[in-house]
Design a protein. Structure first.
Length: 424
């Protein structure tokens, strides 16, 4: 497929885009808002730097990078785009003091030619920084037409994604060739980009920004206070973070096995998306487990077996309340989510077999002894109970998680250096 054919197909499919937004808005009301931005119909000012950070995970990783660039280049203006309401909320929270001044924020328009051109014609960025793997052919093409430099930052490329790019070489190779620099996370991913035709001199192995996670002492203190409030200091607490439909029941079945040995144990289950909160609540009650909802400030009394983490922006703190974490999106064919947040909190971690989006990070944790790959409810429960019943093994796993995070810090400075080379 060529970019021209891709563009024609997007025009033809544009009515489905409206249906998609309507469908998403049924479950998540935030998708009903700001539709003009999705089609490039909002009024924007010119900005020196465009940073696209996709959703919440990419945005959280991008925030320290953006703040460092803002401090180093006070004369530059920025526009930060996302595609999801959760990512948007993180931008607003992090840059509230600068919005509509040095920093603008909006959703990135759909990659329909007329929408992207309208958006870029207003913004006129000198530099575009795209986080991780969110490459859109028309965005890259028209940004390059405007002589913008394009950097793919914190880049990751799984074997599965590389195979897809290779299959659509007519579309992907011109797009990849237009990139001026790639700050890639690992050597293996560097090799995958090279196999797709990217010149080696454009690629720098920097590590992942997610290793440079900074955890405020306040989060540790809040977590410690909450666990004391729940009167769970001396009983097991574990978190199932960023879980999806298809995983809720597995988490609950594993927890029932934990409860059989530790009747006062607490599972904190945090669904990945807000529209899944009620689904998770129903699944919990259908399993016959007592539930408290964090969003409703319901008391976590002695009889509560599951706390539903149905709030946004609290997952890192909730990891701090726990002894162990499972990372969702890995027992279904999703690709997984970031295991470094609980690791940075000093927790042993577990994931399912479908963790290809974080394969290298997962392997680092496995090799160190901080993470185990499980396959179902039984193996998850067995792993949790094994750690709980062997304090020495638990301590070794917890220390291994912390060491992996501390030993791999430094990606932020390396990636800023890659970007600065494009600003000079």
């Amino acid at each position: 497929m060529t970019r021209g054919l891709y563009s024609v197909l997007l025009y033809l499919l544009s009515p489905l885009v409206v249906l998609y937004l309507g469908f998403r808005s049924i479950k998540s009301p935030d998708y009903r808002k700001r539709w003009g931005e999705r089609f490039g119909l909002t009024r924007l000012s010119q900005a020196d730097v465009l940073i696209h950070s996709v959703s919440m995970g990419e945005t959280l990783a991008a925030i320290p990078l953006i703040k460092k660039l803002m401090a180093a280049y006070p004369e530059l203006s920025f526009i930060i785009t996302t595609t999801s309401p959760t990512g948007s909320a993180e931008v607003v929270k992090a840059f509230s003091d600068h919005l509509n001044g040095r920093v603008q924020h909006c959703y990135l328009p759909f990659d329909i030619s007329v929408c992207v051109k309208r958006f870029l014609r207003q913004v006129q960025p000198k530099l575009c920084i795209i986080m991780e793997t969110e490459l859109w052919p028309n965005l890259v093409y028209f940004a390059k037409q405007q002589q913008a430099k394009i950097v793919l930052a914190n880049a990751r490329l799984s074997a599965k994604s590389a195979a897809k790019y290779l299959k659509q070489a007519g579309l992907s190779q011109p797009m990849l060739a237009s990139l001026d620099a790639i700050a890639v996370q690992t050597q293996r991913e560097c090799e995958r980009f090279e196999s797709l035709g990217v010149k080696p001199e454009k690629i720098t192995v920097c590590g992942s920004l997610k290793f440079d996670l900074h955890i405020d002492d306040s989060k540790h203190l809040q977590a410690k206070a909450l666990r004391s409030e729940w009167q769970r200091n001396d009983v097991p607490v574990w978190v199932a973070g960023s879980v999806h439909p298809g995983e809720f029941e597995i988490m609950l079945k594993a927890h029932q096995q934990v409860l059989a040995k530790y009747p006062n144990a607490l599972l904190i289950m945090a669904p990945r998306h807000p529209e899944q909160f009620n689904v998770a609540a129903v699944a919990t009650t259908q399993q016959g487990l007592t539930l408290s909802r964090r969003s409703m400030n319901q008391a976590v009394t002695e009889g509560v077996q599951v706390l539903l983490g149905d709030t946004m922006g609290e997952l890192l703190m909730l990891y701090g309340c726990a002894d162990f974490a499972f990372i969702g999106g890995t027992l279904i064919e999703n690709g997984g989510h970031n295991p470094l947040e609980p690791a940075a909190m000093g927790l042993p971690v577990s994931v399912g077999p479908h963790h290809w989006d974080f394969a290298e990070i997962t392997q680092l944790l496995v090799n160190a002894g901080g993470l185990e790959v499980i396959t179902d409810a039984d193996s998850l429960a067995k792993h949790i109970l094994g750690l709980l019943e062997d304090p020495q093994r638990y301590e070794l796993a917890a220390k291994a998680s912390l060491q992996v995070v501390s030993q791999n810090r430094g990606a932020l400075d390396k990636q800023v250096n890659v970007i600065e080379n494009q600003l000079s």
